[in-house]
Ligand binder design. Sequence first.
Ligand code: SAM
Ligand code: SF4
Length: 331
Amino acid sequence: MTDMIDPFGRAITYLRISVTDRCDFRCVYCMAEDMTFLPKADLLSLEELERLAGAFVDLGVRKLRLTGGEPLVRRGVMALINRLGQRIGQGLDELTLTTNGSQLGRFADELVAAGVKRVNVSIDTLDEEKFRTITRWGRLPQVIDGVMAAKAAGLRVKVNAVALKGVNEDEFDAMLDWCGRHGFDFCLIETMPLGEVDQDRTDQYLPLSTVRQRLAARWTLTPTDYVTGGPARYFDVAETGTRLGFITPLTHNFCEGCNRVRLTCTGTLYMCLGQDDAADLRAVLRGSDDDAVLRQAILDAIARKPKGHDFVIDRAGQAPAVARHMSVTGG
Ligand code: SAM
Ligand code: SF4
């Protein structure tokens, strides 16, 4: 049982940790090309991240997801993953990560050895040119090699794609087919108005209700109650035997069942992806060696978890709902 019940009766059992705000890609919807990253001194050390994650597990978090920025570009991150992996079965059910896949070729085997069983890999397109345009710095073959290394190592892979109007919307059929052939679940995500990027999001926004209708013309989609602890709604795809998921923060209010909070690499805890209220756990962490103090600070923060976000993307040129980028909060 978790000690963390928020004011709306939701049990908090899932913590997402952004281990770095840096990345080897510069996806157009996520970052500006000339991002200013946090000074290293502001970052929690790997030991501090471990202590903080441990406090959450002690309080009842059962699922940890490492994200970023790109989690696998943080130096020494495998040491953290190994240490956290030792908590699996000791309160923790699952340790997983969301990655752009560029480093999976190097790390897939080590991840499995650390106890990681599945990974989410973000791939918005299977077209090399388009991939370069979307990620600015990424190379698709390296990512595909990484995904195949993950598969070979025995990791279950879910491919996540942000649905971008006029960019990758003609590819979802082919991507679902490709994922199905490799045994990967496929999940589409609506763009969210997080942080200033170099382009207007009204142009990119594609409601997934439309996409689902289009996909249903070719694939037999049956709604399932499969849940992974995240906000996706899943359908079984009869033709592939895999699942198709939709994360629709804008067309469907996904806040009701929210069971998660997000920790940044500087120790700031955000109780909601779409709200600004946050708790500075770094100050608490550095101010006391007593984990009881830390646990109390976490409980105080959970007591302030808001009911939900108020994302809207309906006016051109509108400011983002929150100023921080997804690479800060960790998606
Ligand atoms: N670098 C890793 C990756 O790309 O998977 C982990 C961090 S990334 C911020 C996590 C997820 O957030 C990715 O799937 C990415 O596509 C998604 N994302 C980033 N900015 C977004 C936005 N504004 N709206 C919706 N999804 C976004
Ligand atoms: Fe990097 Fe992931 Fe953001 Fe792309 S979405 S820039 S890979 S953090």
